[in-house]
Write a protein that binds this ligand. Sequence first.
Ligand SMILES: [Zn+2]
Length: 286
Amino acid sequence: MSHHEVGPAVALVVHDVAPRTWPECAQLLQMLDDLGARPVTILVVPHYHYRDPIAKDARFIAALDRRLARGDELALHGFHHRDDEPPPRTLRGFVERRMLTRAEGEFAALNEASAAWRLAHGIEAFRALRWPLYGFVPPAWLLGEASRAAIDRCGYPLRYVSARRGIFRLPNWRFTRTANLCYSPDARWRRVLSRALIRAELARARHRSLLRVSLHPQDVRSPEVIAHWRTLIAEILAERLPVTKAQWTASFGQSPVGYASGASSEGTDAGLSTASSGSNALVSSQ
Ligand SMILES: [Zn+2]
């Protein structure tokens, strides 16, 4: 059984949105507008790389206020978007924190107090701007055990947390597998690999109620990447209804049966049982 409440859906997501990355993000949003792809989920980093806090940039705030007014969602995407913790000591840690991401996995290795501090300041940044907040997306989709505990204790009723392979609905961390398309565009071999991974993920997406399209500011540096996104997104829009992540998460609550048990409705593959059991499964092995 799939998630019939919304039917096949697509979440169009723009990552790493901050004053520093705004020129690139605006191009991505323009591309989505051209394609008639809305609403969009916009992942905001309140103090990206320790530069230009969002609260000080009136034009940035006004631009995002306009996106909110037209039905887009703003979600919290870390605080600094930088993994400053001591270097990883295990091979797995090295692969996750240094190869799959260039030390951007801010919430991968934080202790609970540091995670709590950054979460609280991120939530406060949204509150100060009167931006509604439903979801948290850890940078690079990496979330350590201590950060997960900090989310449980942050005192704010977040409704979802995203992982690379799916979405957790809070407060119970109920996991639903989703498909997720993403480019790693900054070297030619990475672009070639990304194309292959996107093809494989699209094949898997047929069994997923939600497909996420994860767009990053650096995607706009490569015309071939943008051209590929345009084609893909146009094809996806012919088959799936665009939703924000908050809308998709909320749609589970409208179903009186099925989702509480979590058994039949949440995907069919074997990875699911491990995926809900700990932070190790929050990260991808690719
Ligand atoms: Zn990011």
